[in-house]
Design a protein around this ligand. Structure first.
Ligand SMILES: [Zn+2]
Ligand SMILES: [Zn+2]
Length: 292
């Protein structure tokens, strides 16, 4: 069974997350383990963490991703920012370990125009040291929308980092909106096939562990990170091409869409996601049967 999940608010404490997920029909969740607007780590109560862990172990929640804060920049040349980034990543790893999370989603950061070649050794060093603290989850690098010097505008750039780090639980999370606005039209079967084959050749497609499923409110190649509700953006029903790709169709799908009210993914979004996934599979099956 496919896992259809969503980013869920952890306001008021992480222990609220399993019930909020159940209320909208999400099988899996993504959470921020601290406020996305501050460096200051949240002091979680051990009993709150235990509630989430128990929900994951019982299978009430079938997938948990912890999204690291966006301030983190492992490619920075400012020592103070690097120090804070390191601490924030380690804190995320600690909480992810404690709640039996499956993945930690991380944006590597921005090289601010210096380029990946120059910053790669530092990124590799930082990731290798952070990975020593992982106890169960995978660390997943997410592709970016491609603005400025952000690293991972092309998922293949992330494959380069993964190869250089060489750790069995370092993988990828692909965001459909980010891929699209950074210029990879994943609603086009040929472009998607090319991406899947390239990733498989470089790091093995099994390192791709989850999808962020978002439609795009901005044009392909615009580098503008604007998520739209499922089927309501530029990608529309074409998103079914990604969801039903044979190499991707079993991956956990996590929504980060605004929802009807702008409060994040809701029950209608999850229903739309499941319907789109099914439509994609049906279309592929019909096509396969018609093929000579
Ligand atoms: Zn995302
Ligand atoms: Zn985004």
């Amino acid at each position: 069974m496919v896992i259809a999940g969503a980013h869920i608010s952890s306001a008021g404490g992480l222990h609220n997350v399993p019930a909020r997920a159940a209320a909208i029909g999400a099988d899996g969740v993504q959470v921020f383990i601290q406020s996305a607007r501050t460096w200051k780590p949240t002091a979680h109560k051990p009993e709150d963490l235990a509630v989430v862990r128990a929900a994951r172990e019982r299978g009430q929640v079938q997938y948990i991703a912890c999204h690291a804060i966006y301030f983190i920049n492992l490619a920075t040349d400012e020592p103070d920012l690097l120090q804070k980034s390191r601490a924030a990543l380690l804190n995320t790893i600690d909480v992810a370990n404690a709640i039996a999370a499956d993945g930690i989603v991380l944006h590597v950061g921005s090289h601010k125009g210096r380029g990946l070649d120059v910053t790669l050794p530092q990124i590799v060093r930082e990731l290798q040291s952070a990975l020593q603290h992982l106890d169960g989850p995978w660390l997943l690098l997410e592709n970016s929308a491609g603005a400025g010097g952000t690293i991972g505008r092309d998922p293949v750039e992330l494959a380069r980092i993964i190869n250089a780090v060489d750790h069995p639980r370092l993988g990828l999370c692909i965001d459909t909106c980010h891929a699209y606005v950074s210029g990879v039209d994943v609603t086009d079967p040929a472009q998607l096939d090319a991406l899947v084959i390239e990733l498989d050749t470089r790091v093995g497609i099994e390192r791709l562990r989850c999808l962020h499923v978002n439609d795009a409110a901005a044009a392909c190649g615009s580098n503008r990170d604007r998520h739209a509700n499922v089927v309501q953006g530029e990608m529309g029903k074409g998103l079914a091409v990604t969801l039903s790709h044979p190499a991707l169709t079993d991956l956990p799908m996590l929504l980060e869409t605004p929802g009807a009210e702008g409060n994040g993914p809701d029950a209608a979004e999850l229903t739309a996601l499941r319907a789109l996934h099914k439509q994609g599979l049906t279309r592929r099956a019909v096509k396969a049967r018609r093929a000579p």
